[in-house]
Design a protein. Structure first.
Length: 310
């Protein structure tokens, strides 16, 4: 029987505040009980479980965070869990102009139980990335998957790697160009198909330009079908699994599950006992099948920057 209360206590004690090296260009500032994370693509507020103030004093604390980042021309998010105190924080955030996002399931897994040899489809390989070009491709893939501008992700990843390359692993499931063309064109398999031109001939595609169009931009270095991050939370028992995103036509092929298994192996190799994920409704069922346990939920309340304000 899993001690969910014990996992929640470990999470509250260890995962409320950022750990390790501060990314380049980012600073941490306390305003009373809450931590402001300044210098990213938007502001972030990280409170303790019990903020320790209420009523008008809590209202003033919330408004200060909103106004601090609005004066910088930035939006700001406040991360809230349902067992945070005082219990009326959500109502006070909304009254100050913060908008709740979609709830995430806060999941915790035991790294050794989740770790496994990743199983991948033909023509797909997992690899770690560190270069600026690959980080831009990572951000482009996230933009394509989520349908919002994620170009900021490239600079964010670069700043984390620069601060401490041992604190983060950035993984991609990369599809060889021939496999991508075969997948889109409906060719049954890629075994024995050595060239894009051969796939094009099988699929009835006339030329190289048309091949590139069919492949959806697959080119030098292949296409990132799935992307993910694991961040090692220094001084804790936790590694955090972040950023998992799979292109729509590659879903249902086991890529996200392979990323979970590989990131768990990376965590075990570095001595981390627990894995943490803030999971979307789409990814939570997969993670639960992989052995994770839901300990609570979280919601990001966002106050827009001045350009988005009425």
């Amino acid at each position: 029987m899993v001690d969910v209360a014990g996992l929640l206590a470990a999470y509250d004690a260890q995962m409320r505040m950022p750990t390790g090296a501060v990314p380049d260009g980012v600073s941490y500032e306390f305003d009373g009980p809450v931590l402001r994370i300044v210098g990213g693509h938007m502001g972030r507020i990280r409170p303790p479980r019990d903020v320790g103030v209420g009523g008008a004093e809590l209202d003033r604390l919330i408004v200060r965070q909103r106004d601090y980042f609005r004066d910088r021309g930035e939006a700001v998010e406040w991360k809230h869990r349902p067992h945070d105190l005082p219990a009326d924080i959500p109502e006070r955030l909304v009254a100050a102009g913060f908008v709740p996002g979609e709830p995430s399931a806060v999941l915790v897994g035991f790294a050794e139980r989740v770790a496994a040899e990743p199983v991948l489809p033909d023509g797909v390989v997992l690899r770690r990335i560190v270069g600026a070009g690959d980080m831009r491709r990572f951000a482009d893939q996230q933009t394509e998957v989520h349908g919002v501008d994620c170009s900021w992700v490239a600079a964010d990843l670069a700043s984390r790697v620069t601060a401490d390359p041992g604190q983060i692993t950035i993984l991609v499931a990369e599809v060889a160009e021939v496999a991508e063309v075969a997948e889109v064109a409906g060719v049954a398999g890629v075994a024995g198909v050595a060239e894009v031109a051969e796939v094009a001939e099988i699929a009835g595609v006339a030329g190289a330009a048309e091949v590139a169009e069919v492949a959806g931009g697959a080119g030098a270095g292949g296409r990132f079908a799935c992307t993910a991050i694991v961040e090692y939370c220094v001084g804790t028992e936790f590694a955090a699994l972040l950023g998992g995103a799979t292109l729509p036509r590659w879903r249902g092929r086991g890529l996200y599950r392979a990323m979970i298994a590989e990131r768990a192996r990376e965590a075990v190799a570095r001595g981390f006992r627990l894995l943490h994920v803030d999971a979307s409704p789409a990814s939570a069922p997969i993670l639960l099948r992989c052995g994770f346990h839901q300990i609570t939920s979280s919601v990001h309340y966002t106050a827009p920057g001045p350009e988005a304000s009425p």
